[in-house]
Design a protein around this ligand. Structure first.
Ligand code: HEM
Length: 459
């Protein structure tokens, strides 16, 4: 293996800024493994591949990745911070990104000033105060979904969590009801499953017919656009349009700084983006929460005690620990647009991707002593260190972080209040890749018994 950093070229004046000198490219070490093998290993087992290379080369290394090409992978909190704080003229969103399946109206497709403007439109509905209004929706959806849970029999929680988070987004974000809600509930689950798998694969030049995977994806999109068109007409015709709190109404009411409104197709792309980014991620974290707490009786007992009160400090710490110990989005990335980008001691040339390996950061002994131990108390009464970044960071930090956090809190609280969760000594569930998100392999199976009287009502 070659442990030496790669040096490329000499310091040169560039055309971007006449007279400016571009520092000499200096890339972190790269494994000597042939490119094809790196690509196969990454496609089959990303986390394992990063771990093996990091063991040999340390927390920053160069790789060739399928889809992203030449990339520098970072699992060092100081370097991650530097990247997240960098000028958006120097580094933009990773290329290619999810906009290849979500459309060019998606926030993922935007960079620089366009991205800043879109975030200005999107941020208010996802602000803490607005999300408070969605708490009832989260609770109602949990009660509705749990009404038929099997009594005393093991069942996978992931699928019910998928339905709860889907319905929560369709109601709170899309403002959907009636016929459109039913149609979206029908189209979206199989579409997200397929889209999530295809999002990490190269797109063929031709679609190869409507029954091929990409052809099916296009057909789902056509049906979705039809429903969204009807939904927009319905929301606009609502006599209460001006006071509606759903994200769709907020997007329809807002305008860019020049007074122009978002086009219908961009709104459709953006709603789909919020759904794709927010549905599977939140459900997978909840699935892991059940998997973890059913294997940790003391954690569960403390959660149950707290659920009978209005406090949520320990539940919040548990959610953070689940996000650390079972990170569902393992990485995010940026694309270098500047002629060169200095990252610590390294100088990375234009066109490279820089990937932040979140899962590796979350396992750092320096920041999380005994990282293999599931221990929510590490997050009680303290601020998480910078190494804790399940929602990414900087100007592109997850727009739905507060939404996801409150939703997970309310769903867990509701389940703890209405059900007794049995503990188990079964081995930990393995980590399974669904494409974009990492989920418990057996779906977070638990045994529950409905309480005769819900906890909070016993007070
Ligand atoms: C536990 C649940 C979630 C996790 C772990 C998660 C994680 C992430 C991560 C890692 C990023 C990339 C950030 C970066 O590049 O710095 C991201 C971006 C994003 N997330 Fe989330 N997310 C979650 C829930 C949600 C929800 C509920 C929504 C919306 C309803 C949402 C919408 C978005 C959007 C729109 C972006 C793109 C932001 C941009 O590029 O400006 N996410 N999320």
């Amino acid at each position: 293996m070659n442990d030496r950093p790669t040096q490329v070229g000499q310091g040169t004046a560039t055309l971007d800024e006449p007279g400016a000198v571009t520092p000499e490219v200096k890339l972190p070490p790269r494994p000597r493994l042939p490119k094809a093998l790196q690509a196969i290993s990454y496609a089959v087992a990303r986390t394992w591949t990063y771990e093996q290379i990091a063991r040999r080369h340390g927390n920053v290394f160069t790789m060739s990745l399928p889809l992203f090409g030449r990339a520098v992978v970072v699992a060092d909190p100081a370097l991650a911070k530097q990247l997240l704080m960098a000028s958006t003229d120097d580094v933009g969103n990773i290329q290619p990104n999810l906009s290849r399946v979500l459309g060019d109206g998606s926030v993922f497709a935007l960079d620089g000033a366009d991205h800043r403007l879109r975030r200005k439109l999107l941020t208010p509905p996802f602000h803490g105060k607005s999300i408070k209004n969605y708490e009832t929706i989260f609770e109602e959806e949990t009660l509705r979904e749990s009404a038929n849970w099997p009594e005393g029999q093991a069942f996978p929680t992931l699928e019910p969590m998928m339905r709860i988070t889907l319905n929560a987004i369709l109601r709170a974000v899309f403002g959907a009801e009636g016929e459109q809600l039913d149609e979206l509930r029908r189209i979206i689950p199989p579409w997200v499953t397929l889209g999530s798998r295809l999002a990490v694969l190269p797109r063929p030049k031709r679609t190869l017919g409507r029954y091929s995977p990409w052809g099916r994806l296009a057909e789902y999109r056509r049906q979705y656009d039809e429903v969204i068109d009807e939904l927009i007409d319905r929301v606009k015709a609502d006599p209460e349009f001006d006071s509606r709190g759903d994200v769709l109404a907020l997007l329809l009411r807002s305008t860019y700084e020049d007074g122009s409104a978002m086009s219908r197709s961009h709104i459709a792309d953006e709603l789909l983006t919020l759904l794709a980014a927010g549905h599977e991620t939140t459900a997978s974290t909840l699935g892991w929460a059940f998997e973890r707490i059913s294997r940790h009786p003391r954690v569960l007992a403390r959660l149950v005690d707290e659920a009978a009160t209005d406090d949520n400090e320990y539940r919040q710490a548990t959610i953070l620990e689940v996000q650390r110990a079972r990170t569902v989005i393992d990485a995010f990335g940026r694309h270098v647009y500047a002629p060169t980008f200095e990252l610590g001691d390294w100088v990375i040339p234009r066109g490279y991707s820089i990937i932040v390996a979140i899962t590796q950061l979350h396992r750092r002994v320096e920041d999380f002593p005994h990282p293999e131990v599931f221990d929510p108390t590490r997050f009680v009464g303290t601020r998480p260190p910078f190494a804790f970044i399940p929602f990414g960071g900087g100007t592109r930090r997850c727009v739905g972080a507060a939404f996801a956090n409150v939703e997970m809190d309310v769903v867990l609280r509701t389940v703890l209040r209405h059900f007794e969760i049995s503990t188990t000594s079964a081995p930990d569930e393995k980590v399974h890749s669904r494409g974009v998100a990492f989920t418990p392999k057996d779906g977070g199976r638990v045994v529950m018994h409905r309480r005769k009287t819900p906890l909070a009502q016993e007070k």
